[in-house]
Design a protein around this ligand. Sequence first.
Ligand code: F6P
Ligand code: MG
Length: 278
Amino acid sequence: METLDKIIDVVAASAPDIRGGLAGRRRKADEENPSGETQMAADVWADEYLESELTAIEGVGEFASEEREDVIDCGEGLSVAIDPLDGSSNIKSNNSMGTIVGVYDAPLPASGRDLVASAYVLFGPITTMVVARAGTVTEYVVEDGNLRPVKKDLTLPHDPVVYGFGGRVPDWTDGFADYVDEIEDELKLRYGGAMIGDINQVLTYGGVFAYPGLQSRPEGKLRLQFEGNPMAYILESAGGRSSDGEQSLLDVEPESLHQRVPVHLGNDDLIDRLESTL
Ligand code: F6P
Ligand code: MG
């Protein structure tokens, strides 16, 4: 079996265990992640679980995670970058969260142009997995750790419906606030605090998700290797666009493993308008 298939299968097979282990891990861990965020016990556990499963795959050469400082060298082959539990602060309020995976054919930190696949598992009322590879996107339901396709060749709906933007409103830049003024007449607000859930809504209904650069933090919140690039790869494969404000996220120069980047993703027209307003 090809390494890429193995990686996708291992992530799917891990999903029921990770989901099953969340209930007892809603407390804070005593540690911070490399981005300075307080880790939840579930973050640490999901990270360790996926590290041991993914580094054991022959053909995986590097493993990196949002929850650990350095890249692990584990052989020859593809590089896997994960956000083990995206949106994990939602565990307290029992809202959506999930796992994001980027598979790069280059040493980390790598350019988004080196992605050969990316995927996310969404722990919603149903466990689903969205996989982008070779230019197509498929949505699966994860059943007993196996993948059952439910939507093949998934593309963004042409008439966008939803938007969801992170950051406190007074902290938005003037340019971003002007953009929001424009689009809030056309779309309805849906923001859940986990990019994985919010972006899944954009893929389902069409629209735009952003965690923009803020006045207090021009680089934004989300991380290029673990969040920005993999999600951009999925949205672009589904016919949408991604942007850091000026260019595709996939063209952002990787400088460090935990580098942050402003993230804007959605229907192409909405991202074109964002770039001309910012
Ligand atoms: O991984 C970071 C993250 O949890 C994203 O999933 C989400 O979009 C964002 O942070 C939410 O941040 P905030 O709590 O500031 O809205
Ligand atoms: Mg995250």
